[in-house]
Ligand binder design. Structure first.
Ligand SMILES: [Fe+2]
Length: 219
């Protein structure tokens, strides 16, 4: 199912911020606001002057973890409610399922935000996928490098990204810079999952191979 593109007003985003704060714990909300800020910072590099896209990023950031605090049972209930036939690999990596359930609940629970760009940015924020668009890459990376993240790998990637001064790059360089950062975040996640012996969602492997190929094609 596809949803129309919508322009969100700042007052709608402000109301969404208050609503999400009532759903999530204080700690998770701090992370969500961190993602919103980081998505804004990254967004300015690519969508300067494009309020519609900047607002999509804000709303996607606010909604990206909206079902993250649901139990596994509640996650499965959402899949059933929306008659979503989950693939075995989706069910095998439960920590990533909130991205899917978050995307599923948006049209009904937050109808004014049922915009395809936003829904897909939420849907792919944990695993990534092959052929990610700019909204999807920005939310994916913002989730990994936002300011409340304290893992050394996250801090290092945040510092490397901004210390390269992306604002002074050409547009092509800036896109490659973003792709390299997304690739690095995926690489770190894959290493972490492998070390812990956790299941790796196939979309992550496809996303990783896709960005790596694009970067080497352009080199
Ligand atoms: Fe998150």
């Amino acid at each position: 199912m596809s949803y129309p593109y919508t322009f969100f007003r700042p007052d709608q985003i402000e109301r969404l911020r208050l609503r999400v704060a009532k759903i999530l714990s204080e700690k998770r909300m701090k992370h969500v606001l961190g993602v919103e800020q980081m998505a804004f910072r990254l967004g300015l590099l690519f969508f300067w002057g494009d309020d519609e896209s900047m607002n999509i990023l804000s709303a996607a950031a606010l909604l990206h973890d909206v079902t993250k605090e649901c139990t596994d049972e509640e996650q499965l209930d959402i899949l059933r409610e929306y008659k979503y036939n989950a693939l075995p690999e989706e069910l095998a990596s439960m920590p990533t399922i909130h991205a899917l359930t978050g995307a599923l609940v948006i049209p009904k629970d937050f109808p004014e935000f049922a915009d395809e760009r936003l829904i897909n940015a939420v849907k792919w924020h944990t695993t990534g996928k092959a052929g990610m668009n700019l909204y999807e890459k920005i939310i994916f990376l913002a989730d990994y490098i936002e300011e409340t993240r304290k893992y050394p790998a996250c801090i290092e990637l945040r510092e490397t990204f901004f210390s390269a001064n992306p604002v002074n790059m050409t547009e092509d360089e800036r896109h490659r810079h973003l792709d390299r950062a997304v690739l690095k975040a995926m690489e770190n996640t894959l290493t972490h999952l492998r070390e812990k012996g956790n299941v790796i969602h196939p979309a992550t492997l496809e996303a990783y191979a896709d960005i790596k190929r694009r970067l080497s094609d352009e080199a």
